[in-house]
Design a protein around this ligand. Structure first.
Ligand SMILES: Nc1ncnc2c1ncn2[C@@H]1O[C@H](COP(=O)(O)OP(=O)(O)OP(=O)(O)O)[C@@H](O)[C@H]1O
Ligand SMILES: [Mg+2]
Length: 1014
C-alpha cells in the first residue's frame, strides 16, 4: 500500500482489494493467516476493516498510536481500527453528515473490544472542554455498567454481550463530542433463569453477592454466597478465573455515581436485582390435586418487600392464572410447572425492564440538550450470522438482520461505485454478485413472508402450534429456492433435516432453524417488543429519521417501512468492522483455519470483496497519484507544470501501462488489476532510495548555502561594526593627535621661555626624550670623551652633572675591577707617562704595550752571576747591546736590575759592571754607558723605579755628545733611512738609523741609545 510502511507492515497484503486472486477463499485465508502470525490483526477490504481476535494484549492501542493515526489518510498507514474511526470522524466533519460503524462478528470475535477502542479513540482525539470531559467520562464509564448488567460468561466468551448495543456519539459543529445515546435490544433475558452448562448469569448478580458491602447485603436479605441462589448455581461455575467480581463491583459502584445515580436509585436498583435472586429461590410444592402451593414464603416476603408489592397479590399471581370472562374474573390454579414458568417469566420481566430503565438513565446523563446542530457517529455492536447446532427464533432474528444489513451494504457499495464511475465519466461494467433481495423478501414480504405467516398463525383463532406454523410455511414458500423443510427436500437433504426444521439458504450460507418455540416466543409480549428485529433496525437508523418519517418511535415499524428507511441510509456512509475469532480455545497465536474459514463465509467477506472489486481495484485522484509516483518519469519529476491528469497520462505511458489496465476518469485514474499498481509501487520503492539520497544531498547543499549566506551576512555585519568602531577610534586618535601636535608645536615655539602650561609638556617630553636616548647611548669607557649626547638647552646643566657622575661611576667601576697586578702595571705606566709623555713621539704607541716582569728567565742568566747577586732580589732583566764608548763596538749583554744595583753582564763570563745608586752617581762622573735595547720605556721605567730617580732621565733630539774620557767626546747621531741600523760613521760618531717609514721608531731607538747613558 501507500505511505511509509516498515517491512513488517508489508507482510501479506493490507487491502484484500489488491489481492490478485480475489475470488480465492484460500488466498484470502492465507493472507489473513500470514498477517496474523506477525500480530497484524487488521486488514482492509477497501474501507471495511477485518479484525482477527489475537487473544493477547498488543502494543497498538497506546496514545502514541492514536496520535499517529490522527488526521492521516486511510491508506497512508497500516490498517487499524483507529484509522477507520479517524476517517469516519473526518468525513463526518468535512461533509457534515451522519455515519455509523457497524461492528459484527461471532460471539467472542472482539466486537465489544473494537467498539471500546473506537470510543477511547474519540475520547482522546476529539477536542474537549471541562464540560465535555464529563460527557466523555460518562460515555466511557457507561460501558462497565452496561457490561455488568448485560454481559455474562458463556462458553464462547467470558464477557459475552448478551444484548445488542447501538451507541451514538453526538458531535457539535466544532467536532467536540457533546453527547451520547444508547439503544439496547435483544437482551437475552432467558439467561436470568437458565444458563447452559459452563455459563453464568449476568455479571451483576455475582458482583453484588461477592462484592456487596455487608450492610447492603443485609438490607437486601442476601448472603455473601453465590451457592445460596438457584439462579446462580445452575451452571456450577460461579467463579471464573478471568473474572474478578469483587473488583468489578467497585468499578460499577464508582461508575454509577459518575453517571448521576443517586443513593436511592442505587438502593432501588440493587433491591430489584436482589428480588430476582430471591424470586429464583421461591419453591413450589404440589398439593393433593397437583396444584402449586407455597409453603415457605420467606423468600417471597423479601421479594414483596424489595419490590413493594403486597405478598398476597404476589403469591396469587405466582400460583393462579386469572381468566377474564366478560365481566367476571376466574382464578385458575397453576400446576407446579406452570407456577415455575410464571415465576421465571416474572424474573425475566423484572430484569428486562430494569435493564431498559438503566439504559434510559444512562442516556439521561449523557443527553445533550443544546438545540444546536449535531452530527452523529453510531456504533453498532451486533452479532454476526449465528449458526448453532440448534437454531431458534433468536438466531432467525439475528440472521435476518444480517441479511438485511448485507443488502444494505451491497446497495450502498454498488451505488457508490456506480455513482463514482458516472461522476468520473467511466462506463459502468455490470458486476456479477449475489443479490440477497430474494432472501430478504422471503422473510419480510407482506402477507407472503415468513414473518407475516408467523404473525397470522399467532393471531388466528384456534390451536396454533409451531408445527401448524411450519405447515403454513411449507404451503406458502414451497417452491422458494432458498427455503427447504424435511417435507419439501429430496431424499439426500432430508437426512440432514428433522421434521420440525426449516432451512434458509442465506447469502452467507445455509442455516437450519428448529420451529419449536417460534409461536411461543412470538406471542410473548416481551418478545413482541423486539419482534422482527424491527427495533434493531430502527436503532441503526433512528438517527437519520425525523418524526415525520417514523411517526411514534414506540410503535412497531413494519418491515415495509424499512424500505423507505433503507433509502435514507443509502445516502449515508456506513463503515464496517468485521471481527473474526482466531480459535475457539481463546489461545493467543492460534489460527484455526476451519473456524476462520467458516466465519469468513458467514460474515460474507468474500462476497463483500467481490462487490468491492466489481470494476477497478484501485483509484486515486490524479493529484495524489502524480504526487506519489512522479519520480518514476523524467517528464514529471520533480515538477509537472501542466494539468495533473495529463501528467498522469504521461507517467503511465512512461511506465508502460496497457490501455486495458487503466482508465482515466474526470478526476481520478482507475487501475483495473492490483498487479499493475504493485509493479508501480515496487518501482517507486527502488526509486525512493535513490531519490532520498538526491534530496538529502540537495537539502544538505541548500542548508549549507543558507548557512554560508548567513555566516557571510554575519561577517559583513561584524566587519561593518568593527570598521565603524575602528573609524571612531581613529577619529578620536586623530583628534587627540591634532591636539597633541598643536601643543607640541606651541611648546616647541615657546621652549626657550619660562615654563608655562604651553611648553611644560613639550619640555618634559624633550627631557624625557633626551634622557631616554642618553640612557641608550652612554659612553662605554672612561677613555670615550666625545660620544656624550649633546643636550638640549634646557638640560645643559643637568647633562654636565650627569656626564660627570657617569664618568665617576665608570672610573669607580673600573678601579674596582682591576687586579693588584694591573694596578702595579698602571702605576709603572704612570711613571712612564710622567717621564715620556709629550717628550717622545713613540710614547703614545707604547701605552698599550704592557710591561712584563722580566725579559730573561733565571735559567738564562749565568749561574755565577746568580751566585754573586744571590743576596739581592732580581727585579728585572733584559737583553741589551752595549756599545763601547771608545769605538762604539757593539757587545750583546744582559742588563739585570736588582734591589740595590743594575748589572750589565756578559752571557758567558762575568764582566760585572755594577750600577749602584752610588755607582750611578759615580758613572755620572766616571763615564757614560751606551746601551741599546728594544724595550726602552719598560727598561727605563723599571730602572727609574729601582733607582728611584725618575727626574734623572732626559729625552733629547738630533744628536748627543758625551764624554768618553777627560777631554775626549763621543757623539751619537740619529737619522732615518732605508734600513734600521747602528754603526760607527766615518766621522767617528755612532750613527743610529731608523727606518724611514718607521722613522719614529728608529729615532726612538736612537733616543734609546741616547737615553741609555742617562
Ligand atoms: N483487539 C483485541 N486485542 C486483545 N484481545 C482482544 C481483542 N479483541 C478481543 N479480545 C479478547 O477477546 C475477548 C472477547 O472479546 P469481545 O467481548 O469483544 O467479544 P464480542 O465479539 O463482543 O463477543 P460477544 O458477542 O460474546 O459479546 C475479550 O475479552 C478479549 O480478551
Ligand atoms: Mg460483546
Amino acid at each position: 500500500m501507500e505511505g511509509a510502511l516498515t517491512a513488517r507492515d508489508r507482510v501479506g497484503i493490507q487491502d484484500f482489494v489488491l489481492l490478485d486472486t480475489h475470488t480465492s477463499e484460500t488466498a484470502f485465508l492465507g493472507n489473513l493467516k500470514k498477517r496474523f502470525s506477525e500480530d497484524l490483526i487488521y486488514t482492509y477490504i477497501g474501507t471495511l476493516l477485518v479484525s482477527v481476535n489475537p487473544y493477547k494484549e498488543l502494543d497498538i492501542y497506546s496514545k502514541k498510536q492514536m496520535d499517529i493515526y490522527m488526521g492521516v489518510n486511510f491508506f497512508e498507514l497500516p490498517p487499524h481500527i483507529y484509522a477507520l474511526a479517524d476517517n469516519a470522524y473526518h468525513t463526518m466533519m468535512a461533509e457534515a453528515n451522519n455515519h455509523f460503524i457497524l461492528i459484527s462478528g461471532e460471539s467472542g470475535a472482539g466486537k465489544t473490544e473494537a467498539s471500546k477502542k473506537i470510543l477511547q479513540y474519540y475520547a482522546v482525539s476529539c477536542p474537549s472542554t471541562t464540560l465535555l470531559d464529563s460527557v466523555r467520562d460518562r460515555m466511557l464509564v457507561s460501558n462497565p455498567v452496561l457490561e455488568a448488567f448485560g454481559n455474562a460468561k458463556t462458553l464462547k466468551n467470558d464477557n459475552s454481550s448478551r444484548f445488542g448495543k447501538y451507541m451514538d456519539i453526538q458531535f457539535d459543529i466544532q467536532g467536540d463530542a457533546v453527547g451520547g445515546h444508547i439503544l439496547s435490544y435483544l437482551l437475552e433475558k432467558s439467561r436470568v433463569v437458565h444458563q447452559n452448562h459452563g455459563e453464568r448469569n449476568f455479571h451483576i448478580f455475582y458482583q453484588l453477592v461477592e462484592g456487596g458491602e455487608e450492610d447492603l447485603l443485609h438490607q437486601l436479605g442476601l448472603e455473601s454466597n453465590c451457592q445460596h441462589y438457584s439462579y446462580l448455581v445452575q451452571d456450577e461455575c460461579a467463579n471464573v478465573t478471568s473474572i474478578n467480581d469483587k473488583n468489578d463491583w467497585k468499578t460499577v459502584r464508582n461508575a454509577l455515581s459518575v453517571i448521576d445515580f443517586d443513593e436511592s436509585d442505587i438502593q432501588h436498583l440493587f433491591g430489584i436485582i436482589a428480588s430476582v435472586l430471591h424470586l429464583g429461590n421461591v419453591q413450589f410444592e404440589a398439593d393433593s390435586k397437583g396444584y402449586a402451593t407455597l409453603n415457605k414464603n420467606t423468600e417471597l416476603r423479601w421479594v414483596s418487600t424489595l419490590l413493594g408489592i403486597n405478598v398476597q397479590v404476589l403469591q396469587e399471581g405466582l400460583t393462579y392464572r386469572k381468566i377474564e370472562a366478560k365481566t367476571d374474573e376466574v382464578l385458575s390454579p397453576f400446576t407446579v410447572d406452570h407456577a415455575i414458568y410464571a415465576r421465571n417469566a416474572l424474573a425475566k420481566a423484572i430484569y428486562g425492564r430494569t435493564f431498559t430503565w438503566l439504559v434510559n438513565k444512562i442516556n439521561d446523563s449523557m443527553e445533550n440538550k443544546e438545540p444546536s446542530r449535531k452530527t452523529v457517529i453510531g456504533l453498532l455492536d451486533i452479532y454476526g450470522f449465528e449458526v448453532f447446532y440448534v437454531n431458534s427464533f433468536e438466531q432467525f432474528c439475528i440472521n435476518y438482520c444480517n441479511e438485511k444489513l448485507q443488502q444494505l451494504f451491497i446497495q450502498l457499495t454498488l451505488k457508490s461505485e456506480q455513482e463514482e464511475y458516472e461522476a468520473e465519466g467511466i462506463g459502468w461494467e455490470p458486476v456479477q454478485f449475489f443479490n440477497n433481495k430474494i432472501i430478504c423478501d422471503l422473510v419480510e414480504e407482506k402477507h407472503r413472508g415468513i414473518i407475516s405467516v408467523l404473525d397470522e398463525e399467532c393471531l388466528r383463532p384456534g390451536e396454533a402450534t409451531d408445527f401448524t406454523f411450519l405447515e403454513k410455511l411449507e404451503e406458502k414458500m414451497g417452491s422458494h429456492p432458498h427455503f427447504i423443510t424435511h417435507k419439501l427436500s429430496d431424499k439426500k437433504i432430508r437426512k440432514t433435516l428433522d421434521r420440525g426444521d426449516f432451512r434458509l439458504l442465506h447469502y452467507a450460507g445455509e442455516v437450519t432453524y428448529g420451529v419449536v418455540g417460534f409461536i411461543d416466543k412470538n406471542n410473548d409480549m416481551l418478545y413482541r417488543n423486539i419482534k422482527y428485529v424491527s427495533l434493531l433496525l430502527w436503532s441503526i437508523i433512528h438517527v437519520y429519521l425525523t418524526d415525520k418519517l417514523l411517526g411514534d418511535s414506540t410503535t412497531d415499524p413494519r418491515p415495509s417501512s424499512l424500505l423507505g428507511l433503507t433509502d435514507i441510509l443509502m445516502s449515508k456512509e456506513p463503515w464496517y468492522v468485521r471481527c473474526l475469532k482466531s480459535n475457539e480455545s481463546k489461545q493467543p497465536g492460534r489460527f484455526d483455519d476451519v473456524l476462520v474459514r467458516h466465519q469468513v463465509k458467514y460474515l460474507g467477506l468474500m462476497e463483500h470483496l467481490r462487490v468491492r472489486r466489481a470494476g477497478f481495484a484501485y483509484r486515486r485522484r490524479y493529484e495524489l497519484f502524480l504526487q506519489r509516483y512522479k519520480p518514476l518519469c523524467p517528464a514529471t519529476w520533480p515538477h509537472w507544470r501542466g494539468v495533473a491528469a495529463e501528467g498522469v497520462e504521461v507517467l503511465v505511458q512512461h511506465l508502460g501501462y496497457l490501455p486495458d489496465e487503466y482508465k482515466m476518469g474526470r478526476t481520478k485514474i482507475f487501475i483495473r488489476h492490483p498487479r499493475t499498481l504493485f509493479a508501480t509501487e515496487d518501482a517507486f520503492e527502488v526509486c525512493k532510495h535513490k531519490l532520498a539520497s538526491r534530496i538529502q544531498a540537495q537539502y544538505k547543499g541548500y542548508r549549507q548555502k543558507g548557512e554560508f549566506r548567513r555566516q557571510k551576512e554575519a561577517a559583513t555585519k561584524i566587519e561593518t561594526c568593527w570598521r565603524g568602531v575602528q573609524a571612531r577610534k581613529e577619529k578620536e586618535r586623530r583628534q587627540w593627535a591634532v591636539k597633541v601636535i598643536k601643543k607640541f608645536i606651541k611648546g616647541y615655539m615657546t621652549r626657550g621661555e619660562a615654563k608655562t602650561t604651553d611648553n611644560s609638556e613639550y619640555l618634559a617630553f624633550v627631557r624625557q626624550n633626551y634622557l631616554n636616548r642618553l640612557k641608550d647611548n652612554l659612553p662605554k669607557t672612561v677613555l670615550d670623551k666625545i660620544s656624550w649626547l649633546t643636550p638640549p638647552p634646557v638640560l645643559t646643566e643637568a647633562s654636565a652633572i650627569l656626564r660627570q657622575l657617569h664618568m665617576r661611576v665608570m672610573v669607580t667601576r673600573y678601579v674596582r675591577g682591576i687586579t693588584a697586578q694591573q694596578k702595579a702595571q698602571l702605576q709603572l705606566k704612570g711613571i712612564t707617562s710622567v717621564i715620556f709623555k709629550d717628550k717622545k713621539d713613540s710614547y703614545p704607541q707604547s701605552v698599550s704595550q704592557p710591561f712584563v716582569d722580566t725579559r730573561i728567565s733565571e735559567q738564562d742568566i749565568n749561574m755565577k752571576i746568580l751566585q754573586i747577586i744571590r743576596h739581592e732580589r732580581i727585579k728585572y732583566s733584559v737583553p741589551v747591546v752595549k756599545y763601547d764608548r771608545n769605538g762604539f763596538k757593539p757587545r750583546p749583554r744582559q742588563l739585570i736590575l736588582t734591589q740595590t744595583a743594575a748589572y750589565v753582564v756578559d752571557e758567558a763570563k762575568i764582566k760585572q759592571k755594577e750600577i749602584h745608586p752610588s755607582a750611578l752617581h759615580a758613572l755620572e762622573h766616571g763615564g757614560d754607558l751606551v746601551i741599546q735595547c728594544d724595550h726602552l720605556f719598560e727598561v727605563l721605567t723599571k730602572l727609574s723605579v729601582v733607582a728611584n730617580k725618575q727626574s734623572a732621565i732626559n729625552v733629547v733630539q738630533g744628536s748627543i755628545s758625551f764624554q768618553i774620557q777627560a777631554g775626549k767626546e763621543g757623539i751619537v747621531d740619529f737619522s732615518s733611512g732605508q734600513e734600521s741600523m747602528v754603526y760607527k760613521d766615518k766621522n767617528g760618531h755612532l750613527m743610529v738609523v731608523s727606518l724611514r717609514r718607521l722613522t719614529k721608531h728608529i729615532r726612538t731607538c736612537g733616543q734609546h741609545l741616547y737615553s741609555a747613558p742617562v
